[in-house]
Design a protein around this ligand. Sequence first.
Ligand SMILES: Cc1cc2nc3c(=O)[nH]c(=O)nc-3n(C[C@H](O)[C@H](O)[C@H](O)COP(=O)(O)O)c2cc1C
Ligand SMILES: Nc1ncnc2c1ncn2[C@@H]1O[C@H](COP(=O)(O)OP(=O)(O)OP(=O)(O)O)[C@@H](O)[C@H]1O
Length: 758
Amino acid sequence: MEIDRAVKESNNTRLQTKYNNAVYVIQRAFALYSFEEVAFSFNGGKDSTVLLHLLRAGYFLHNEKANSSSKNQINFKLNCPIRTIYFESPSAFPEINTFTYETASTYDLKMEIIRLDFKSGLEALLREKPIKAIFLGTRIGDPNAVGQEQFSPSSTGWPPFMRVNPILDWSYRDVWAFLLTCKVKYCSLYDEGYTSIGSIHDTVPNALLCINDLSKSKENFKPAYLLQDGRLERAGRAKKISPIPGVCVLRNGLNSADPHLSSTLTASIITVGDEILFGTVEDKLGSTLCRKLHSIGWVVTRISLVRNDIDSVAEEVAQQKSNTDMVFMFGGVGPLHSDVTLAGVAKAFGVRLAPDEEFEEHLNHLMGDEFTGDRNEMAMLPEGITELLHHEMLPVPLIKCQNVIILSATNVTELDEQWDCLLDLTTANEPLMLLAPFVSKHLRTTLSDVKSAQTLLKFRLEFPDLFIGCYRESRTGPLIISFVGKDATRIDMVVQRLYQEFHSSAFSEVKHALENFPSAAESSLCENTPVGKPSDKDETPLCGGRRSVGKRLLLFTCMGTFAHKEYQAFEEKVKRTVYLDNLSPQVAVPVLKMALGQFGNVVSAQFIPNYMDAMNIQQCALVEMETAKQARSVVTDTTMYPFMISGMPRPVRARPAELEMFSDRPVRPGRKITCRWVDSKDPDYEIAKKLKSLTRKHYAESLFLLKHQLEEEEKLAKQQNELLKSNYEKYDMLDSITADGTVKQVARHYYDVNITDD
Ligand SMILES: Cc1cc2nc3c(=O)[nH]c(=O)nc-3n(C[C@H](O)[C@H](O)[C@H](O)COP(=O)(O)O)c2cc1C
Ligand SMILES: Nc1ncnc2c1ncn2[C@@H]1O[C@H](COP(=O)(O)OP(=O)(O)OP(=O)(O)O)[C@@H](O)[C@H]1O
């Protein structure tokens, strides 16, 4: 038999195994049911074409066995006159119809054409014919394959029959390997780029096979068998679901009146790990991912930690997948007994784990010979709901089950990489929708909780679009009030209101390093070390040679129109701002405001934190004037005339402010900052080392200079004090000699001058 021979003569062992299994299932069916009781559901598609030839081979082999003694084998050698059902639809492609009819005639199929829907058509057919089993070309990966086995009774509500699925475990590639190896005819549409065929209304050629030839007006497509990733075979089928996966199941359980959540997307994070629950290891991934999600405008509504136990995972996933737009999972992925995350996810969705050929290939590639035996279980993924997220930087694709993304990162560096890949992959809002980022302000206050409570409650109601929260760094330390939202002007508004209620001197702004540098937040920043300040524990990115990472993005924020506007407003503010330095440490904000008040209206004045000095003695400030013209006159006048402010009598220097001087500056729309870790083998390692030692040298020098400056300052202050004291003494003396008449006497006696009292 030519099919059997073609497969056996091919050197494709995988195809041979799949073929043998399928033919075995067919032979079992022929053994269980009489020829009259079986039917073949044929629609001219590629899967049913494969099934047709398998049936021919199976029927031949079955009969060969049964009639081994008989000499009359010629009749059924080539054909299989099986009862064949075709549900013909007016919206079927003409090419499909033609191919179906021609094939039926070529192979002598006994056609039953039904022009009803599947269910009613089968009900009518089964009333008339003694059909007990129907062969279908269903494969794992088809939406309707979920929960099916090779022998699956029809669903409840359907007429009773056995669905026989001989190619259930075949992949897209297996199908094409078979059709091409056996050189059988298939519908011509597959050569025109169609990869899975539905009706004329919902099927187009697969865009992944499009050949962009600009010289031709008509698009051209490669044949279906050239599709690389079989998972995308249905990409040519029109989507009936929401463009954002998972968004359709959103917000169940959320209070829709919550303005924060209704205007943004929400995420939850589930970490699976007994070790974290035992306290053996610490979870840093959850908080890092929170910052990353925050940086693309998402709100994390829950972080949970569950045991390595299928039911615990399933329970949490089931809840979070319907409560939030996207669920991110860490831990519990691998071949070990404790790796139950995927099983938990499958259970939460009510599906089983099924072998996934694409994933298996990736693992195979990664693990080579080691990927055998039990390890194949690692390629079992939740059936019918899994999508693999491929990226060139990822050795194995990430797994996405509807709105659940399973991250395989085990440390922050790996998470950085996977996150970058997810962002890179994000197109048309999938898998992540990039939203306007959050902006925030944090104020440290000397006010007590009791004093601020009422006002903050009032603001919470007045500014429902902002998150207003409070926390403290220690029990006895000051309270920190944070305002988080998407509109910077609203945040400024609430802060101004706060200053009106109390006094602005009761607050000082806290810069949140962790928020500004989401992916670099691993070591020093977690210990509350100010950004940019070198410390012994600190590993600046350039010197992190111990860890090698392919690519890291330190700062990435997506900007929409909102961000553009915000950035423009910021640029205007920069023009109105003057940078002052050489200020005495004794100068405070009110002094600064008063001194510059003579040039115009001072909108705000803020000192720039001095990260190079352990004591943070501030000598530079940014002063925002009401207009750019006023700012310019500050610069001209202080350059032309010596202008001194308080403390040491030294002239203040002023120049126009620059964008980079603002630590709270918004990210330039569309800007990406790339930060790379280099190890000793990297060609840039030496430069990085030099930069690091230069930074340290600079730090040491400025420390020395500062120390020297402070000593000078102190010496001068002392001198000034002494001068002042001696001047006072002189005035005192003058006062007393004027009062007791000595001055008059001396004037008269020595100079012959009369001094009168008036
Ligand atoms: C012969 C036959 C039997 C079917 N039996 C069932 C069934 O038992 N339960 C069910 O939900 N759908 C059944 N279906 C419908 C299929 O699951 C599915 O909707 C159909 O094959 C369309 O697939 P497509 O969307 O990939 O074109 C049956 C379809 C056919 C042709
Ligand atoms: N109109 C139909 N008439 C008869 N059988 C059908 C019909 N539609 C689907 N089937 C059965 O369901 C199976 C699965 O359908 P499916 O559309 O997934 O595969 P296919 O049509 O063979 O290939 P493709 O995915 O390329 O369209 C078919 O192989 C066939 O057995």
